[in-house]
Design a protein around this ligand. Structure first.
Ligand code: 3LM
Length: 394
């Protein structure tokens, strides 16, 4: 399998299998549910794991294999598993690693459905969950119990862009024998590779930057061969949140331009953040590329860029904030992020509507918070759209 020292090259060629019979440049889409055995013994050997070879596409598929091999190289891990959604990856990971009586440590600050899974589904099955500030090492250490099996976090966190120090989480996990999982959706491996900071499992909603074109829902988990195989052969196989070969192919295509897209997302977001910070209508802005953001200190070490997402609050009423969002012409009112189009949404009523009011407060999400996922358009056009909409609330 091919591998370079450069991530841009690996996003295009990394993990490509040796040239097949017809030498296609583009990866073939193995649009098949099942694979034919030469004889009964061959099928039995594959089921027993005695020989390699495909069986059935819920268990593995050559197009999906290529995506997984490439993602493992990009995240600098031994292996990867692809899923039918980011939430499929989250649930396969936690249900694969935790059983009744085990304990998970996480934060109140999470993507809304991940928070719902952790605050409702896991406790209903007898799995204990503690929500602590993962940016506070003392609080994290104090939350560890003898039955703590997993520490789970995002960084930067959806939607307020809080940054967690991965070296701290990785070191605590190693020291205490606890599996650490980090959701790397907001930065992609171009800007941050959690495994290089000692994190065991790196997770993505591949729906976002990895695919990048707003036309696929998918997830990825990257980690050691042992952990990834365990999850593939238990919860992915038995719960079945698999990706289709066609969607895997679209992500393989998206990855070819990931480095170019992410660079442009960062450049555009930096300009937008600086513009918003200087605007009199803005009360507060959250973007790790601004020097007064607490996560800024990890730029250049943990994070090679601040990414394309920011959040802000306007100096106005809730009704005026809604009117501002409705006034936008180019920026699209939609959840999700990492697409070519600039997307704007209202976390309290949309991505984080799974939170109760007091949980929203604990996560730092006010009723007037707005999240902006800056796209790939010309920055001048994004600024002009924001400017005309802000003028209406002035
Ligand atoms: C969103 N987020 O707009 P899927 N981890 C993170 C995420 O942001 C997401 C997932 C996991 C959004 C989706 S809200 C209905 C739309 C950090 C998703 C879950 O299952 O692929 O959506 O990933 O913030």
């Amino acid at each position: 399998m091919w591998k370079s020292n450069n991530i841009e090259t690996n996003a295009i060629h990394g993990g490509k299998p040796s040239q097949g019979e017809h030498g296609p440049l583009s990866t073939p889409i193995y649009q098949t549910s099942t694979f034919v055995f030469d004889d009964v013994q061959q099928g039995a050997d594959r089921f027993a794991g005695d020989t390699h070879g495909h069986i059935y596409s819920r268990l593995g598929n050559p197009t999906v294999d290529e995506l997984e091999a490439r993602m493992a190289i990009l995240e600098e891990t031994e292996a990867a598993a692809a899923f039918g959604s980011g939430m499929g990856a989250v649930s396969a990971a936690v249900f694969g690693l935790l059983k009744a009586g085990d304990h998970l440590i996480t934060s109140h600050r999470l993507y809304g459905c991940t928070f719902a899974l952790f605050s409702h589904q896991l406790p209903a099955l007898g799995i204990e969950v503690s929500f602590v500030d993962l940016a506070d090492e003392q609080k994290l250490r104090a939350a560890i119990q003898p039955n703590t099996k997993v520490i789970y976090g995002e960084t930067p966190i959806n939607p307020c862009l809080t940054v967690i120090d991965l070296d701290v989480i990785g070191a605590i996990g190693r020291e205490r024998g606890i599996t650490t999982i980090i959701d790397n959706t907001f930065l992609s491996p171009i800007l941050q590779r959690p495994a290089t900071h000692g994190i065991d499992l790196v997770l993505h909603s591949a729906t976002k930057y990895l695919n990048g074109h707003g036309d696929v829902v998918a997830g990825i988990l990257c980690g050691s061969r042992e952990l990834v195989d365990q999850i593939k052969m238990t919860t992915r196989k038995d719960m079945g949140a698999v990706i289709s070969p066609n969607d895997a192919w679209l992500i393989i295509r998206g990855l070819k331009t990931l480095h170019l897209r992410v660079q442009r997302h960062c450049e555009n977001a930096q300009r937008v953040a600086e513009y918003l910070q200087g605007h009199s209508a803005i009360a507060k802005i959250y973007y790790p590329g601004l020097p007064d953001h607490p996560g800024y200190r990890l730029l250049g070490s943990q994070m090679q860029g601040a990414g394309g997402v920011m959040a802000f609050e306007l100096q106005c009423s809730f009704e005026q904030a809604v009117a501002f969002i409705n006034q936008l012409q180019l920026c699209k009112r939609a959840v999700s992020l990492g697409d070519a189009e600039t997307l704007i949404q209202h976390p309290a009523s949309m991505t984080h509507s799974t939170y109760e009011p007091e949980e929203l407060a604990a996560a730092g999400i006010s009723r007037t918070l707005i999240r902006l996922a800056v796209g790939l358009e010309n920055a001048e056009d994004i600024l002009a759209d924001l400017d005309q909409a802000l003028a209406t609330i002035a």
